[in-house]
Design a protein around this ligand. Structure first.
Ligand code: BEZ
Length: 235
């Protein structure tokens, strides 16, 4: 029997290109998103409850993501008319955590052929042969994949975490730092480890109120919330 080779895009690689029909017209991905961050995410199926709660939450936060120069693009292996009917039902009938009459205005890709889902490694046969898992690709303004998160069918995503990832990636780029566990804007950041022993030692000796080193490999510095958000959020 011929072995099937499954390829999946990886962090640091160019986002695979595709053209697709969406609820907002045709898109040429990622070229149409050049200059913006974009989250490409898949959901298992239209007219399912967990996905519905996710779409209501994501659509309610769309403005917040857009202000961080980040656009949203959804995908499932359903057809366009299913997408349109489901989004209309969400707007007209569904209330979740006080959010209602929610209009989803970001594009939702139809992918009945599973071409895009396969290209992006969103199909995981151990979980389902017919539905994409909940994949999230964070792609930067140059079209490079910067973070990938996968969730199984039964687990709804945490959208505050997705927003935190967008801000943390941009903060790392803008300020040349890394962000430690559970980092949020306003928390101290990690100063990247110095390449040579001498530089690390020199840095330890230069500690001041702003920078603190516990050892040569663990230095943090202050980065205040306003400085981070002013740089990242569009006014
Ligand atoms: C849901 O979104 O509710 C769902 C979708 C596929 C499998 C299980 C749950």
């Amino acid at each position: 029997m011929e072995e099937q080779v499954v390829t999946m895009p990886r962090i640091g690689e160019k986002a695979p290109e595709f053209k697709a029909i969406t609820t907002q017209g045709e898109i040429n991905f990622p070229a149409d998103y050049k200059g913006s961050w974009v989250i490409l995410f898949s959901h298992p199926a239209d007219f399912t409850p967990v996905c519905t709660s996710e779409f209501i939450t994501f659509a309610s936060m769309e403005k917040q993501f857009n202000e961080a120069n980040c656009k949203l693009v959804g995908l499932s292996v359903d057809g366009l008319y299913s997408h349109i009917a489901w989004l209309r039902t969400i707007k007209e009938k569904i209330e979740y955590r006080g959010m209602k009459n929610v209009e989803v205005t970001f594009p939702l890709i139809e992918d009945i052929t599973m071409d895009v889902a396969t290209k992006y490694g969103m199909m995981m046969p151990g979980e389902s042969n017919t539905k994409a898992v909940r994949a999230v690709f964070f792609i930067d303004p140059k079209g490079i994949i910067r973070t990938i998160i996968y969730y199984p069918l039964s687990l709804g995503r945490n959208f505050e975490e997705l927003y935190r990832v967008v801000i943390a990636l941009q903060a790392a780029d803008e300020f040349g730092v890394a962000t430690p566990a559970d980092w949020r804007p306003g928390d101290d950041v990690i100063v990247p480890t110095a390449g040579t022993c001498g530089v690390a030692k020199e840095r330890m000796e230069k500690q001041d109120d702003n920078m603190k080193c516990c050892d040569w490999f663990f230095c943090t510095k202050k980065l205040d919330k306003d400085t981070v958000l002013k740089k990242i959020l569009k006014k």
